[in-house]
Design a protein. Structure first.
Length: 151
């Protein structure tokens, strides 16, 4: 039975993380296109990112990625803690998306603090791990040549 949510129709037992895949395209009534990418860091149902590290990675990816593109609508973690969704408006260059993610993760490796990691700017400021986020980024970057292989 086909489900309404694209990722619910994806056989998570057949994918091979890490990868970056186009997960969907939506066209707005004015012709704008939103492309959603599945950035999978961890093999589904085999591993996951721990919340403090994932939370810090979310802050850094959300902040740093916008240094490279004004077309980012959102970057947000998956509830299953295996990856992120990246949404862009009017941007259909897959290679550019790969390069954007690579540059962003390299920025994570050189970060000395997590942006907005305080009670004023974050809803759970006590749950962060800069070092954990760096480990995730390092592992993903080490497998850069595999990002285009989903299955």
């Amino acid at each position: 039975m086909k489900m309404n949510v694209e990722s619910f129709n994806l056989d998570h037992t057949k994918v091979k993380a890490p990868y970056i895949r186009l997960a969907g395209v939506k066209e707005g009534k004015n012709g704008d296109e939103i492309r959603k990418y599945d950035i999978r860091f961890c093999q589904p149902n085999k591993e996951h990112m721990e919340m403090p590290a994932l939370h810090s990675l979310e802050h850094m990816m959300a902040e740093f990625s916008r240094n490279y593109s004004e077309q980012i609508v959102d970057i947000s973690p998956m509830g299953c803690q295996t990856g992120f969704y990246l949404s862009l408006v009017n941007h259909d260059d897959y290679e550019d998306v790969l390069n954007l993610v690579e540059k962003t993760l390299k920025d994570v490796l050189t970060a000395t603090e997590v942006p907005a990691c305080n009670e004023v700017q974050c809803g759970w400021a006590a749950s962060h791990s800069l070092e954990g986020a760096k480990e995730i980024a390092k592992k993903m970057l080490a497998q850069r040549d595999e990002w285009t292989e989903v299955f």
